[in-house]
Design a protein around this ligand. Sequence first.
Ligand code: GLA
Length: 389
Amino acid sequence: MRGLKELWQIFEERFPDTGLRKGAFAAPGRVNLIGEHTDYNDGFVLPMAIDKNITMLAQLRDDQEVRAYSLDYGREVIFSLLDLEFEKEDFWANYIKGVIDEIKKMDYYIQGMNLIFTGDIPIGSGLSSSAALEVVTAYTIASLNDLDIQPVEMALLCQRAENNFVGVNCGIMDQYISRLGKEGNALLIDCRSNEYELVRFSLEDYQVVICNSRVERGLVDSEYNQRREECEKASRYFAERLDHRVLALRDVTVEELEKEGGGLEEITYRRARHVITENNRVLMAVSALRKNDLETFGKLMTESHYSLRDDYEVSCPELDLLVELALKQKGVLGARMTGAGFGGCTVNLVHKDYIDDFIANVKKAYDQETGKDMEIYVTWPAAGARELA
Ligand code: GLA
């Protein structure tokens, strides 16, 4: 990664100084420790920010133009704040435009700007590089234009940008953790109330290891939407049968599922079972973390994977292989796929003394079996969006 000084040099070579406000900002990617496909069911998630970011440098202009330069793609896109069009070929610019569109809908006045951005979050691998781009854009605009947008409000507006402008029907988790992540902590997010609690994640002897399968998440959009529909169907079913309010699968217990779920189609039953048991696992994982019981935490991670593989069916052979290989290594407490699924990454809890062996063994076996060149990142709970000094 280039340092900030070098980035400002690049910025100044590209854009003349407007004399107006400028600044540098960053927003991280994330890894979800547990709580998968629960956010859009009003449930619980436990992600943490990772030490991989998108960095954006920007200066206001005295007109309505935006000049955005992606260093990594070597491409500049120019547009007016007054004319925000979705352009398929400039896919990254759509995230920036989407955020601007949502800020404008909130009736804020903003000025044009020159900006450059660059990142080290691997793209398309389930570590939320798009959420990071949305969040860093919103953070930059809010800071330079003095907009008072509260953190959760900012996460929500970035989610709306993705839903409305980019057209991906994601939940709130990725934008939320990218905006609100705190160093040394995972975040327990209640995706119904949109409140959160910091959960101290003092790893001491263990580290979070991310394995990138290098499988592009192919089917993800269509399958994702289908899972959402299946969950809504299950939720409507329980709303008709239970004698309390059911707005989402969050409101159904395992006992109710077992007692009343017999009338669901088998596949819908399994989808519901994943979501309901996963919500429980998140809460159990949080209480394990609070007791510093990483063993229980790790077991819950692995159970989560099996549930995603068998009940929710969003894993793929490569992710299953990575989990299987991980669990054969010494010093591993838990392993699971992370993010939407169908490719992307797994997250593993590995003892420090065994990390080198883990990396060597898993990579060798995986690459041999799949012919891919996988990547492994060792990370820790990093900071959320921030201004860079
Ligand atoms: C994607 C979405 C999130 C969440 C996860 C699955 O990352 O963007 O909102 O639904 O999948 O847990």
